[in-house]
Design a protein around this ligand. Structure first.
Ligand SMILES: Nc1ncnc2c1ncn2[C@@H]1O[C@H](COP(=O)(O)OP(=O)(O)O)[C@@H](O)[C@H]1O
Ligand SMILES: [Mg+2]
Length: 421
């Protein structure tokens, strides 16, 4: 717990205004069974879930959960079956009422809302997608997609226009007059997604939406969904028990165990710094190559040449540092490419007296660079293709650092590279 609190507070202090937080959950508990509030008294609250169940018959589905979800964030809730993921998501929309704690969504205290207010808030704020598509078999695809809008009482014309647009968004244009039974599982789940999107909600709650699909379809849906989210930029709370799905989709991952959140972090943090054995076990077969980024392992280049130093200086520096080559940057620290001893020597041959004030571009060889976000896996092919470190540049081509081959292999070796046998 202390890890989580530290993380959350750290995030809060880094960004003094919490105006970009769209969902905040504080000390949330859900206890099932008789007289649940007594479980929060000192007599029981610190006991293990199993002991509480044995002593009282009550089930602690969620214990002291704290989260902050930012607007536009793809937030994953991950954990084994029974760890409390669905309970948490249902609490956010108050399909289940918490035993204690506070939920603030868009600045409003959801826990205090009266029935009417709640119904309205749900309809206008959330879209929900579940594992079981929940489509009406006797209704057309278009009517299914329009269902939420119908419930909201929108005029028929507007319902259908919005539903059509949502179907288009999920790639189902042309299917509006068919029935769910005519569609494959993947397509039915697209209808479920269209229904959730038709209303243009701020927040999508998705509880294991792809878990019922075959692996290949599932992967395809994940890929499509990544593309879709690039355009939609919704706030998404997404439940999964599948680590690979979590790593692929998530900006942030909260890991639950026995109703508690045991770690919150980016995919990279979760994989490289698991908070305890439970998380470690979860992530043990996750490849760091798929989550660690060039920005994380890059370092300062040991030798850097500045274009205005001139070719003779450059050669001198390389010889003194016993280097075959080094990257060259201009005055704006923009990467021009690589200059090596061979080319510099050839260029300077017979021009003993040249005193140029710039390293000629004919000496500088352009070299492919990556961004801070490039994952290690994508660097493999580049490593084998060139003997130099890989330059990491900003969008405007400023040199930020370099990734060395050794660092890449150290990152991906299962023991963190400490064992060099
Ligand atoms: N209506 C309920 N009554 C009693 N216990 C429940 C109820 N719903 C869920 N639980 C229990 O709460 C715990 C968390 O369940 P759930 O949130 O469904 O987990 P997950 O979605 O991670 O599989 C489990 O131990 C489950 O058995
Ligand atoms: Mg569940």
């Amino acid at each position: 717990m202390s890890d989580v609190q530290k993380n959350e507070e750290g995030a809060a202090s880094a960004a003094p205004s919490s105006s970009d937080t769209i969902i905040e959950v504080k000390d949330l508990w859900k206890v099932y069974g008789r007289d649940p509030k007594r479980i929060l008294t000192d007599k029981y609250r610190k006991l293990h879930k199993d002991d509480i169940q044995e002593k009282t018959g009550n089930i602690v589905a969620m214990r002291e959960v704290n989260l902050k979800i930012k607007k536009g964030e793809f937030y994953i809730i991950m954990g084994l079956s029974g760890s409390g993921k669905s309970t948490l998501v249902r609490n956010l929309i108050r399909l289940v009422n918490p035993t204690a704690g506070k939920i603030t969504v868009k600045g409003r205290d959801v826990t205090k809302m009266k029935e009417d207010e709640l119904l309205d808030f749900r309809k206008t704020t959330y879209g929900m997608v579940f594992q079981h598509y929940g489509l009406m078999p006797h209704m057309t695809i278009l009517d299914n997609a329009a269902y939420g809008l119908k419930v909201r009482g929108l005029p028929k014309g507007e319902q259908l226009a919005k539903a059509m647009k949502a179907l288009e968004t999920v790639g189902l244009k042309g299917w509006e007059d068919y029935y769910p039974g005519n569609l494959s599982g993947g397509m039915q789940q697209r209808v479920g997604l269209a229904r959730a999107l038709a209303n243009d909600p701020d927040i999508l709650l998705m509880d294991e939406p792809f878990s019922g699909l075959d692996p290949l379809i599932r992967r395809q849906m994940q890929d499509e969904f990544v593309d879709l989210q690039d355009k939609l930029k919704k706030t998404i709370v997404f439940v999964t028990h599948d680590l690979h799905e979590a790593l692929k989709l998530g900006d942030k991952i909260a890991i639950m165990r026995n109703g508690e959140v045991v770690q919150i972090g980016t995919p990279e943090e979760i994989v490289t710094q698991p908070a305890n054995d439970y998380v470690r076990e979860f992530v043990q077969d996750a490849s760091p190559a798929k989550v660690v980024t060039a920005g994380t392992i890059m370092r300062e280049p040991e030798v850097l040449l500045y274009a205005w130093e001139g070719p003779k200086t450059a050669l001198t520096i390389l010889q003194r540092e016993k280097r075959r080559g080094a990257f060259v940057v201009d005055k704006g620290h923009k990467l021009l490419g690589l200059a090596n001893v061979d080319r510099l020597e050839k260029y300077l041959k017979g021009r003993i007296d040249v005193d140029e004030s710039k390293i000629s571009s004919s000496v500088v060889r352009p070299i492919p660079s990556v961004t801070e976000e490039t994952i290690i896996e994508e660097l493999f092919s580049m490593v084998s293709a060139n003997p130099y470190p890989i330059p990491v540049t900003s969008e405007d081509n400023k040199l930020l650092g370099v990734v060395k081959t050794d660092d890449i292999f150290e990152t991906i070796s299962p023991d963190g590279g400490e064992d060099d046998v």
